[in-house]
Design a protein around this ligand. Structure first.
Ligand SMILES: *Cc1c(COP(=O)(O)O)cnc(C)c1O
Length: 394
């Protein structure tokens, strides 16, 4: 253990140092190993490495790379899992984690309130003979009714997109584990900063690193965190043979993203809390949804599970026209569909991220025509409040 890898150090300290691998030059910054291959000293060494690679031995960047491995080691340490596998995108992580563990006839129970592409992956699994039952993730009775002996996994977003419902990880994990099912969580909205998912019973945690881990909207990336057995024996063979590995360059950006993530996400969440409080009671909004507000239906659960309201707010402007008018007047908030960026973003889910859903499905998920999703960035919250107020005044 190097001096800076003491597990007693705070996450913010470990996020700066953990997992750094220095070359013979002793470089301070994490090195970018922009290489897909590795030269062997001899044919015998190549043979030996294909039989079994040591911790500092690499074969091909689709299998692993020193920069990618630094990112994997650092995020696994922060998440509290034994290991992690970095992927080309968040969807490669979701697809890899689920696809690698199931076969025809297997059963998965999933929350219905999912990111559209996650729903697509579950559709693909069904095409290959996996049975998928959908539940309202906030209703424990539905989880109890759907999970059965032999259920392979349960899957949910711990904070749903875009309506910010919180799924009780501990309670769902108890139900799943009683049936012998693995608990796979998509923890993007919670962020690794507020995640205690493993402590609360999750077996596998997936992230779109594109969001808060990069934190500047620069690159795609994802990660599958879990036990060493799951990551290296189940997920990695699938990922490395199907081509979902991360680019070393993106891993390098994300590794640097982790260094500042704690500071960024806490500042963004503080701003989100201030903005949500300022918007609450605004007569031009029919709803302000923020898990950090006392009137959020699962405020107590959010506090217990995350200890924060997070960086995302949803507001209902009452109609599509009102939502569009407000968006078109925004000066600081950008109209886009990423989240977790340093720049604040407004998204109209009904016509963009969730436009593929039927009107009934949108209604069921609370995606009303007037709903706006706000990702709070690193700007000063007073400027953001003023921007939203002038946009709504239009
Ligand atoms: C963005 C997102 C994903 C997909 O991540 P990509 O990096 O865009 O592939 C999956 N789940 C959630 C909750 C997301 O917000």
């Amino acid at each position: 253990m190097s001096d800076t890898e003491d597990p007693g150090f705070h996450p913010r300290t470990r996020a700066v140092h953990h997992g750094t691998r220095r070359s013979q030059y002793g470089e301070m910054a994490e090195a970018l190993f922009m290489t897909q291959g590795f030269a062997y000293d001899s044919a015998e060494q190549a043979e030996a490495r294909f039989i079994k690679s040591g911790p500092d031995e690499f074969i091909y960047a689709r299998y692993g790379n020193p920069t990618s491995r630094m990112f994997e080691d650092r995020i696994a340490d922060l998440e509290g899992t034994e290991d992690a596998f970095a992927t080309a995108s968040g969807m490669a992580a979701v697809n890899g984690a689920l696809m690698a563990m199931v076969g025809p006839g297997d059963h998965i129970v999933s929350s219905r309130a999912l990111f559209g592409s996650c729903l697509y992956v579950l559709d693909v699994l069904q095409k290959f003979g996996v049975q998928v039952s959908f539940v309202d993730g906030t209703d424990l009775d539905q989880w109890r009714a759907a999970v059965r002996p032999g259920t392979k996994a349960v899957f949910f977003e711990t904070v749903s997109n875009p309506t910010l419902d919180i799924v009780d990880i501990e309670a769902v994990a108890r139900i799943a584990h009683d049936a012998g099912a693995l608990v796979v969580v998509d923890n993007v909205f919670t962020t690794p900063v507020y995640s205690r998912a493993v402590e609360q019973g999750a077996d596998i945690v997936v992230y779109s690193a594109t969001k808060h881990i990069d934190g500047a909207g620069r690159c795609l990336g994802g990660v599958i965190c879990g036990t060493r057995h799951f990551v290296r024996e189940v997920a990695e063979p699938y990922m490395k043979h199907t081509g979902g590995a991360i680019s070393p360059f993106n891993a390098w950006l994300l590794l640097n993203g982790l260094t500042t993530m704690d500071l960024r996400v806490r500042a963004q969440s503080d701003s989100a809390a201030a903005i949500a409080a300022a918007l609450q009671g605004d007569s031009r909004l029919t709803r302000v949804i923020y898990p950090g507000l006392a009137d959020h239906p699962q405020h107590a659960l959010a506090q217990r599970q995350m200890g924060s309201g997070g960086t995302m707010i949803a507001v209902d402007t009452g109609s599509k026209d009102a939502a569009f008018a407000a968006m078109n007047r925004m000066r600081i908030f950008k109209i886009s569909n990423n989240l977790g960026d340093a720049k604040s973003i407004a998204t109209h889910p009904a016509t963009t991220t969730h436009s593929r859903l039927s009107d009934e499905a949108k209604a069921e998920l609370g995606i009303t025509p007037g709903l706006l999703r706000l990702s709070i960035g690193l700007e000063h919250h007073d400027d953001l409040i003023a921007d939203l107020r002038q946009a709504l005044a239009g």
